[in-house]
Design a protein around this ligand. Sequence first.
Ligand code: ADP
Length: 325
Amino acid sequence: NTKTNASNANTNVNVNGNPNGNTPRHVGPPPPATLFDKRTGSEYVTGKLLGEGGFARCYQVTGPSGEPLAAKIIRKDSLKTQKQKAKLFAEIKIHQTMNHPAIVAFNHVFEDDENVYIILELCENGASSWTMVEFLKTRKRLSEPETRYYMHHLLNAVNYMHKNRVIHRDLKLGNMFLAKDMRLKIGDFGLAALITYDGERKKTICGTPNYIAPEVLFGAQHDGHSFEVDMWSLGVVMYTQLIGKPPFQTKEVKAIYKKIRDNNYEFPPQISISESAKDVINALLNNKPEYRPSVEEVLQYPFFTKEPVPYSIPVSALTSIPTIQ
Ligand code: ADP
């Protein structure tokens, strides 16, 4: 079950788009002013549009007790095939079981004749709903203490997923939301998979070109892939945070895949980063999945143990390198 390739390197290959993010392609009427769950009688008042993804629009809503939330709205007529419906159902089923401070909390799901509504924790920082993409666009790159902070949160969340037998399979800057107090939350379980028995290897080619592990691209005929693909993507994320662009980035998706196959990336000499940071990235970007460290192993690397992990990041980091206490 091979999925088609994307024309662009930041969007996942199961959805049309670009190599790092998602390309909106929505038409049709705006959602109702009030979202009503007939089954529970709960009402959600629709607010501003937060963003658009591959197949969803996301609005701020006010929940039954006046709490601010996010509603991911999927038009039913955009779910044309049985496969698309099954995918959405799988996303909901997996996301519903997740409960971790660095994962977007799943609140509720319901439907009416037109749409499916997924009610999620609202990830907002001040006035804007930012992902790591917008954060990095503004800052160009992050300092090592900030990277240590965000990678630590990411690793803990991924550890939680893997312990619960969930592979995310689409860890990328665009799926990492910046929430209140500069905390990070992983969202979008659209490509996540559940490992149902020990040693199971997945065969579906999916992911996002810039972030996709070599065994996903080239291993389907052989061994398939498993939890290690998330560790690879975390290597891409960490490199991008420190260097300011993804390690295998080029104009053509095919050329990206060739670079991934050849493990062809380098640290630009004009950007100074520590040897201990490079050690983590090199370990995660190991072509052989069996040699990639697990979350627990990565957390033992000097990058995470020799310097303290910052307790929090000040909001001033949105625009300039923060002083971290
Ligand atoms: P899709 O699964 O279709 O790609 P996404 O989950 O990426 O949809 O959501 C699309 C956009 O909506 C995101 O880029 C972001 O701007 C916004 N968004 C999604 N979830 C939230 C949330 N929980 N809080 C705030 N904004 C969100």
